[in-house]
Design a protein around this ligand. Structure first.
Ligand SMILES: [Zn+2]
Length: 459
């Protein structure tokens, strides 16, 4: 468990969540994951459904415990997959009968538990930034952060549905018929900070003139991080549109956490942003510290961006599960892309497709789409996170990328603009290029957040 734990500032306010609500929430996502097929009924015992899914939660959802009993590992399509809520080891996952299928795994409970973020909502653990820590997650405890197990559960259900209909159930396709998609994003925290480390080093070595020159260049706007146009050109060279998440506040948070070192509302910046938009980039909100629990502040920051703005990602990946989903929904965002663990790449909700977060206060799915974040540059090499060498990055990420491709999901990549600084040789432009080349070689469809939202809408 992490060293510094603070209890969430927001109390639990969950509505009663019935088995019907859980079934509807899970099936809504199941049917979104595949192309339409002949009608088939999926239900629980007693409903006379063609596909019958066992119920084995033993009253777990009537209580307020963050963690269910340990999962049981079953082999599914040649791999070991953790199943929460049974069946017992050695029991089959499903039985196919004439015109019917019995699923012995309680896939509805297991999928609901992970997809809804139940553990985060009911856990009392938060880190020094108010975030649910990876160390407190079932993904960490049972070692499956890089496996989208909800997608595996859906594959079991898919087998049952295909048996009943006699038709193939195909995973949905992305832009241009691609099997999977990638969402290439850049959080813009700093445009004028590249001089600090070299200036400090020069100062420490007594090179005062050089220190002065470095600082003056940055003051004149010449800074290796003041590079949004170059970032866009680099991503485009690999075939991807860029999505920039722009911070709307320059004020430090109460605990000293910095926000932007640029003014998004400055006329020169607005001109630049409009130019980026005009040449194909997407602009989204990078909600500053505090906005994950402050609707009015988030709204003000959204209004600072030119044009139509659909998306958000919170700075520092701030997210208070007891408040933020309802707040993002109420502010009318089309999508959010905050939900990844800062400490580890992978799948925070164990799912590799965009999904509608569950609002525990109302007991319903949110309207906005969560495009889960899979990997950010800082996670890969950071004192508090992983310490991968440059040549270890792509091999470490490949199994996760293969999972997303296999299930036809979206790979969301966060490469901050400051990580395009050529001076960064660890998680810098070369590592970005290697990842982009991999994605392109696997025929991914590069899409903006808004394109993903449009694609996901039921036709
Ligand atoms: Zn940020």
């Amino acid at each position: 468990m992490p060293a510094s734990i603070i209890a969430p500032a927001v109390p639990v306010a969950a509505a009663s969540i019935s088995s019907e609500v859980r079934l509807a929430y899970v099936l809504q996502h199941f049917w979104q994951a595949y192309e339409p097929t002949s009608p088939v009924t999926i239900g629980v015992p007693g409903q006379q459904a063609q596909v019958e899914v066992a119920v084995a939660d033993a009253g777990f959802f009537d209580q307020r415990q963050p963690y269910p009993p340990a999962p049981i590992w079953h082999e599914w399509q040649g791999r070991e997959v953790p199943f929460f809520f049974g069946p017992a080891a050695g029991q089959p996952l499903l039985t196919l009968q004439s015109g019917r299928a019995l699923v012995h795994a309680d896939l509805v409970s297991a999928a609901f538990y992970l997809l809804s973020g139940w553990q985060e909502y009911f856990s009392e653990e938060r880190d020094q930034h108010g975030r649910f820590p990876y160390a407190a997650s079932v993904q960490h405890q049972y070692g499956f952060v890089d496996v989208p197990v909800v997608n595996c559960y859906f594959e079991v259900l898919r087998t049952a549905v295909e048996h009943v209909t006699g038709e193939q159930l195909r995973p949905r396709r992305w832009l241009g018929g691609a099997k999977w998609a990638a969402f290439v994003t850049h959080d813009v925290d700093s445009l004028f900070g590249s001089w600090k480390a070299p200036a400090k080093a020069a100062l420490q070595q007594g090179r005062l003139l050089e220190t002065f020159q470095i600082a003056m260049r940055s003051l004149a706007g010449v800074d290796a991080w003041n590079n949004l146009e170059a970032v866009q050109a680099t991503a485009r060279k690999h075939g991807a549109p860029s999505t920039f998440f722009m911070l709307g506040s320059t004020q430090k948070a109460a605990n000293g956490t910095p926000n932007a070192d640029y003014r998004v509302s400055a006329p020169g910046m607005q001109r630049r942003l409009r130019n980026l938009q005009a040449s194909g980039a997407e602009l989204s909100v990078h909600g500053s510290i505090g906005t994950a629990t402050d609707a009015a502040k988030l709204r003000r920051e959204k209004q600072l961006l030119p044009g139509t703005v659909s998306g958000n990602r919170f700075h520092y990946l701030s997210w208070e599960p007891r408040l933020t989903p309802g707040l993002v929904d109420a502010e009318g965002f089309g999508y959010d892309s905050t939900l990844g663990f800062p400490e580890h790449f992978g799948f925070r909700n164990s799912y590799c497709l965009p999904f509608q977060p569950f609002n525990f206060a109302t007991g319903r799915a949110c309207s906005f789409l969560e495009i889960p974040l899979n990997v950010m540059d800082a996670t890969l090499h950071h004192p508090s996170y992983l310490q991968l060498a440059p040549q270890e990055i792509l091999p470490a990420l490949e199994p996760m990328l293969q999972e997303i491709e296999r299930f036809g999901g979206v790979c969301t990549l966060l490469w901050h603009n400051d990580h395009f600084d050529p001076a960064n040789t660890v998680t810098g432009p070369r590592q970005f290029a290697a990842l982009m080349e991999y994605l392109r070689s696997r025929n991914v469809a590069f899409m903006t957040g808004q394109q993903i939202v449009n694609d996901q809408k039921p036709s």
